[in-house]
Design a protein around this ligand. Structure first.
Ligand SMILES: NC(=O)c1ccc[n+]([C@@H]2O[C@H](COP(=O)([O-])OP(=O)(O)OC[C@H]3O[C@@H](n4cnc5c(N)ncnc54)[C@H](OP(=O)(O)O)[C@@H]3O)[C@@H](O)[C@H]2O)c1
Length: 284
């Protein structure tokens, strides 16, 4: 596994970056090299934070850092390369933070795998569970304890609109997102009187690399209308700062979420099946 501070402190070095003369609160965003995570990092930068951007792919992450640093010069963006689907990766990421206080954690890294469960690759699916579930739980536990010890903090957990319904042909992905929603809302309740808030983000289909990574590019959902990740991130940031329990991004998705709450699960499964259907009929 590869891990090291780079960007503002020079790629590959492990020295801590120098402190700013006027310290800005620090946001840690996982899955920050593209899509929703990159736009979340931008939001934090635009709104007075310095940002540690974490992802597994070094080159893409550094490209994203340079782009954000150019767009938002007032903030300092750093990168941390870590495979968050492994226990070792999360541990080492956490150790690399040292004593630096994380004001905001956006636990956003995630991936999917598509196809008929009886035919998909088990290792791919276990890896998605390790990234979306085990990695998220592990990182949130470590960072939350520090926030509680310091007496402040905000945590954003990226779930999905699909967390509200079964996801045929993306069964494992949808189940991991249901886990994250339940997990986030449960620990939020436990923290009712604590100085740390937890907000669950539930985006609908969003224009990111996700569909390509999950091999879903030819599905109806990937071919249909998608939200802009910048809009999703802005809505998420505002909900996080308000301390909201959960946020479904986008008006159409809010309506879908409301409908999902009064629709039988079997019907929801069928709707998602149609969404996951590919043009070539692979999933008919
Ligand atoms: N796009 C949608 O329609 C949609 C809808 C609802 C929810 N979401 C959720 O939104 C979150 C962000 O996804 P996105 O749509 O923005 O897709 P994306 O552009 O593919 O971003 C995924 C991010 O996760 C990182 N990542 C993947 N595997 C990792 C690993 N093992 N360790 C560390 N980082 C890893 C990726 O970087 P590397 O690959 O370089 O590591 C990338 O930065 C995910 O949790 C996803 O489930 C997406």
């Amino acid at each position: 596994m590869e891990l090291g501070w780079c960007g503002a402190v020079g790629r590959g070095t492990r020295r801590r970056p120098p402190m700013h003369a006027t310290e800005r609160p620090l946001a840690l965003v996982t899955g920050a090299s593209s899509g929703i995570g990159r736009e979340l990092a931008r939001q934090f930068g635009l709104n007075g934070h310095d940002v540690i951007m974490a992802a597994d792919g070094r080159e893409k992450l550094e490209e994203a850092r340079m782009r954000l640093q150019g767009d938002v010069p007032a903030a300092r963006f750093e990168t941390l390369v870590a495979d968050l689907s492994t226990r070792e990766g999360v541990d080492r990421l956490y150790r690399s933070l040292g004593a630096r206080p994380i004001a905001v954690l956006a636990a956003n890294a995630g991936g999917g795998v598509a196809g008929r469960f009886s035919e998909t690759d088990l290792d791919d699916e276990l890896s998605v569970i390790q990234l979306n579930v085990s990695g998220q739980v592990h990182l949130v536990k470590l960072v939350l304890r520090d926030m509680l010890a310091r007496g402040e903090g905000r945590i954003l957990i990226t779930s999905s609109l699909v967390s509200l319904s079964p996801g045929p042909f993306m069964a494992i992905y949808a189940a991991t997102k249901a886990f994250l929603r339940s997990f986030g809302l449960a620990i939020r309740n436990e923290l009712e009187h604590a100085p740390v808030t937890v907000t669950v983000l539930m985006p609908g289909a969003t224009e990111t690399d996700f569909f390509e990574s999950a091999d879903m590019e030819d599905t109806n959902i990937a071919q249909g209308a998608k939200d802009d990740p910048a809009d999703v991130a802005k809505e998420a940031y505002e909900a996080l700062m308000k301390g909201s329990a959960q946020v479904v991004s986008g008006t159409a998705n809010k309506l879908r979420a409301a409908a999902a709450r009064i629709t039988p699960d079997t019907a929801l499964a069928q709707i998602n099946r149609d969404q996951a259907r590919s043009e070539d009929g692979r999933q008919d």
